[in-house]
Design a protein around this ligand. Sequence first.
Ligand SMILES: [Zn+2]
Ligand SMILES: [Zn+2]
Length: 119
Amino acid sequence: MVIPKQSVAGAEAGRWYMMSVQGGAAHRVGYCASACDGHETREDALEHYLRFQLDRESDLWLDRRSAALACEICGRTTTLRARLGRNQKLFVLCATHQSTASLEELFRRRTAVVLTQDA
Ligand SMILES: [Zn+2]
Ligand SMILES: [Zn+2]
């Protein structure tokens, strides 16, 4: 599970980072894993991770063999798919909405759920 998490020890204690949490272990992921001083808020950490996923881990494509499903933005049926992040559920996006702006919008919806669960 990848979530925003506060660093508990050391000079960065209290700063937020995106972390992959598995068993009791957590490590920083995305841009937070390299040159990042941590963030004031969990929202900022999520935003940093969004930039990483858009830059490195986003894909938009047409899958002719898959079923026509409703676009997650407008509801029009389409066989176009998009992915943001590795091992993530695919998004359904029509030709009009197949853009990084839509991916940002869907990422925010996904993270809104994370933030409320965690609050
Ligand atoms: Zn960061
Ligand atoms: Zn659409």
